[in-house]
Design a protein around this ligand. Structure first.
Ligand code: MG
Length: 386
C-alpha cells in the first residue's frame, strides 16, 4: 500500500490554507494531517481540528477556545509553531501563513530536514540567502506554491541550461485604467482583482504590482538567477503562469486555468500528480487568445523599486517589504490613498542604511524599526492633512 504523506499546515484558516484542505479533501487517502495552525479565526480552526483530527493544533489567539471534540495537543504562539515544525513525523509542511510569522518556523522545519511547500513570500524576501543556504545544507526541498514560481519549478529540467526566467503578471485591476483613476482608487476597487481570489494584503500588492516585485526577489532566491535574467511580462488572462528560456532560444511555459488549487496540489503532492481538484479539461479553443504586453514601470514604479532592492540585497528587501506592508495596511484602513503606498515605501526605503549580510535577529530588528518608522511617518502625513 502507498504510504500516506504526513503533512502540517501553518496558516490553515487563511486563503491558501483553506484551499489546501479542499485539495486534501479530494485526495484524502493520500494524506495524514499531523498539525494545523491558525491565526485569529479560532472558530474555523476548531472546526478543522474536529474534522481532520490532527495530533497538534496551534492558535495565535486564545487556545482555550480550541477545546472540543478532538484529541489534539493544543499549542500556542511562536512556540506552538516551532513545536509543529520540529516534529520529525512530518514529510512536508505547508507554510500558508502570511507575513514574517512564517520565517522562524520555516527555518525550524529546514533544520529538522522537513520539506517545505512555501506559500509565504516574506520568508524569501526577508531572508532568502539564509533560508536557501540552510535548505541546501540540510538537503531540504523548497517547493513553491506561488503560481509563477510553481510554474517555473514545473518547466525546469536542467537549470544549468536555462538563460532567463519570464514571470507573468496579470496587471491587476488598474492595468488599463488611467493613472488618475488609479490614484483615487477606493479599497474595494483595489480589492477587485480580475483573475485571482486571494487574501486582502496580496490583492492590494497585485493592484500596485508590488506583488510582482516581491515575486522577482522570491524567484532570485528560489532558482538562483541574477535579477537581470528575470523578466516580467504582463499577461492579463493569467493562463500562462510563467516561463523559462533555454540557451538555445527554446521557451517552456506552464499553462492552466487561474486557480490556486493547482499549484497548491502540485506543491504538496510533488513529485506525484493526481486528478484531485481538477474540475475540467484545459481547452486552448475555449481560451481563444493569449495577450502579452510590456509592463509600464512609470505607472507601476513598485517593480523597479523591487529590482533595486533585490540587487542591493541585505536588509534592502527587508525594508522594502516592511514599509510596503505597513503602507498597505494604512490603505486598507482608509488612512492613505493607493498611490501613497508607493510614495511612502520609497521615502522610507531611500532613508534605510542597508546591512549587507544580516543575521536572522538583525533582520527582525530592521523589520520592527522600519514598521515603526513607517507608521510614524503615516501618522505625521495624516496630521498634516487635518
Ligand atoms: Mg503569484
Amino acid at each position: 500500500m502507498e504510504k500516506k504523506r504526513k503533512i502540517s499546515i501553518i496558516g490553515s484558516t487563511g486563503s491558501i490554507g483553506t484551499q489546501a484542505l479542499e485539495v486534501i479533501d479530494k485526495i484524502r487517502d493520500k494524506f495524514e494531517i499531523i498539525a494545523l495552525a491558525g491565526g485569529s479565526n479560532v472558530e474555523l480552526l476548531k472546526k478543522q481540528t474536529e474534522k481532520y483530527q490532527p495530533k497538534l493544533v496551534s492558535s495565535s489567539a486564545n487556545p482555550d477556545l480550541l477545546e472540543g471534540n478532538h484529541n489534539a495537543k493544543i499549542l500556542t504562539g511562536m512556540n506552538g509553531l516551532e513545536e509543529i515544525c520540529s516534529n520529525k513525523e512530518n514529510d512536508i509542511i505547508l507554510m500558508a501563513c502570511s507575513g514574517k510569522i512564517g520565517l522562524r518556523p520555516t527555518l525550524k522545519a529546514i533544520e529538522n530536514g522537513i520539506d517545505i511547500a512555501l506559500a509565504n513570500k516574506e520568508t524569501l524576501v526577508m531572508a532568502g540567502d539564509i533560508v536557501m543556504a540552510k535548505a541546501r545544507e540540510h538537503g531540504v526541498n523548497i517547493i513553491p506554491v506561488d503560481s509563477e514560481h510553481c510554474a517555473i519549478h514545473q518547466c525546469i529540467k536542467d537549470i544549468s541550461q536555462v538563460d532567463k526566467l519570464i514571470i507573468t503578471a496579470s496587471g491587476g485591476p488598474f492595468l488599463h485604467k488611467t493613472v488618475e483613476e488609479m490614484k483615487n482608487a477606493t479599497v474595494n476597487e483595489a480589492l477587485a482583482h480580475p483573475r485571482w481570489n486571494m487574501g486582502r494584503k496580496i490583492t492590494v500588492d497585485s493592484a500596485t504590482l508590488m506583488n510582482k516585485g516581491l515575486e522577482i526577489i522570491e524567484a532570485h532566491h528560489l532558482f538562483g538567477f541574477d535579477y537581470d535574467d528575470i523578466e516580467v511580462v504582463v499577461h492579463p488572462q493569467s493562463i500562462v503562469h510563467s516561463a523559462i528560456e533555454y540557451k538555445d532560444g527554446s521557451v517552456i511555459a506552464q499553462l492552466g486555468l487561474p486557480s490556486m488549487h493547482i499549484p497548491i496540489q502540485y506543491a504538496i503532492t510533488y513529485p506525484e500528480r493526481y486528478e484531485g481538484i481538477k474540475s475540467k479539461s484545459f481547452s486552448f479553443a475555449e481560451i481563444a487568445r493569449l495577450d502579452f504586453e510590456k509592463p509600464d514601470f512609470e505607472k507601476f514604479p513598485t517593480v523597479k523599486l523591487a529590482y533595486n532592492a533585490g540587487k542591493i540585497g541585505g536588509t534592502a528587501t527587508v525594508c522594502l517589504n516592511a514599509a510596503n506592508e505597513e503602507a498597505v495596511f494604512a490603505f486598507l484602513d482608509g488612512k492613505i490613498k493607493l498611490y501613497e503606498i508607493y510614495e511612502i515605501t520609497k521615502k522610507i526605503y531611500d532613508e534605510h542604511k542597508v546591512i549587507q549580510t544580516p543575521t536572522i535577529d538583525e533582520i527582525f530588528e530592521v523589520d520592527e524599526k522600519i514598521r515603526e518608522k513607517t507608521k510614524d511617518y503615516i501618522a505625521h502625513l495624516i496630521q498634516k492633512v487635518l
